[in-house]
Design a binder for this molecule. Structure first.
Ligand SMILES: NC(=O)c1ccc[n+]([C@@H]2O[C@H](COP(=O)([O-])OP(=O)(O)OC[C@H]3O[C@@H](n4cnc5c(N)ncnc54)[C@H](OP(=O)(O)O)[C@@H]3O)[C@@H](O)[C@H]2O)c1
Length: 337
């Protein structure tokens, strides 16, 4: 098969021929029609991720058709159009992933930037009917992360005001869509005015540029504080977010694109009775509920652009520059629809 291989840190992905993978017991061989990028792929390429091994095929998101199974009893899956839940071996708890066994598809196991991938049967989910192949490939990792963070952990309610930071990101855009579907009023931040305008066109009530010196004051002017803040940036902006959340509000953190926060004002957290929530990916139940939520609310992923598999390195460069609005998709082997 043809695949994009990362052979070392800080190197371009290498488009090359590799042996086709073979499904083992409880596994399926999927012919991929499309894959999608996540910021995780960039962190791994930069060497900034735990447990890196080389060579590895990156890619956590994929949509395709099952063409073989390791066991005859799973043969009913053959020929079905599926999306892959990239959270491998989540474990039995709904509150957190198994600290020992949990993995994300695309490191250490080879991922979806390839013509074929082997995944556990239990990670297959029927492709949502209201999405085309590229949209369904854009859904899994960012969709389940945004769903757990916004709907399950923060438990956004109708009429609440929600701030989603860094709206150009894949997770952030799903958080916007999911919070709106839950009946909330949603505001955003972004590094460009153009992305804020695009978010408003999707239904956000307004937004500010986090590069402006007085961005927190600007946010205070357009909203009286937020019941919920969904943040994937962290860094030193996190402390300012604690200032913007209403007393008794929730701040849910799913990432640290800006790095770790060097200081947090503890007084803000205890005096305002803030609920600071962490969230990572999601359980199998979260994944199933997320897919159902998109079907019920007819939510489709926002796609920035599509490349061919061969052009994967160009796609990685675009994501590294942070100029995308939404998901970047790789179309694979005659993908259609
Ligand atoms: N815990 C988990 O399960 C999980 C799952 C998925 C992702 N993550 C993490 O979450 C982050 C986002 O992932 P992604 O795949 O959605 O990435 P992405 O599509 O590459 O988006 C990254 C976004 O970060 C935003 N950003 C950059 N600087 C910012 C700042 N100073 N303040 C606020 N936002 C800023 C940008 O927003 P603008 O373009 O609007 O400026 C950019 O679009 C990454 O750090 C990733 O590792 C964690």
């Amino acid at each position: 098969m043809r695949a994009l291989v990362l052979t070392n840190g800080n190197e371009p992905l290498n488009y090359r021929e590799l042996p086709d993978p073979v499904p083992g017991v409880g596994e399926a061989l999927v012919e991929l029609k499309a894959a999608a990028l996540n910021h995780r792929d960039i962190w791994i390429q930069m060497g900034k991720y735990a447990g890196i091994r080389y060579p590895v095929i990156l890619g956590s998101d994929g949509s395709g058709v099952v063409i073989a199974t390791g066991m005859k009893q799973d043969a009913e899956w053959i020929g079905r159009q599926i999306v892959i839940n990239p959270a491998l071996h989540w474990g039995n708890s709904e509150s957190h992933q198994d600290p020992k066994d949990f993995q994300i598809l695309g490191l250490p196991a080879n991922g979806t930037f390839a013509e074929y991938v082997v995944v556990p049967i239990s990670n297959l989910s029927p492709k949502p009917l209201h999405m085309d192949v590229a949209e369904s490939a854009a859904l899994p990792l960012a969709g389940v992360t945004a769903y757990r963070a916004t709907i399950k952990r923060a438990n956004v309610q109708p009429g609440e005001s929600v701030l989603v930071t860094g709206i150009g990101g894949g997770v952030a855009l799903f958080a916007l869509q999911f919070a709106m579907a839950a009946g909330a009023s949603v505001y955003v931040t972004s590094g460009t005015e153009q992305k804020i305008r695009r978010a408003v066109a999707l239904g956000a009530l307004g937004g500010v540029n986090y590069n402006n010196a007085g961005w927190t004051d600007e946010l205070r002017k357009i909203s009286w504080g937020f019941d919920v803040i969904v943040d994937g940036a962290a860094g030193d902006g996190l402390d300012s977010l604690l200032d913007l959340v209403k007393p008794g509000g929730r701040v849910v953190l799913y990432g640290a694109t800006r790095g770790y926060a060097t200081s947090l004002t503890a007084r803000r957290i205890f005096w305002k009775q803030i609920n600071l929530l962490g969230s990572t990916m999601g359980s199998p139940a979260d994944f199933a509920q997320m897919v159902r939520f998109t079907e019920l609310n007819v939510i489709k992923p926002v796609i920035d652009c599509c490349y061919s598999l061969e052009q994967g390195e160009l796609a990685m460069q675009k994501m590294s520059e942070g100029i995308q609005f939404g998901k970047i998709v790789l179309k694979i082997s005659g993908a259609s629809g």
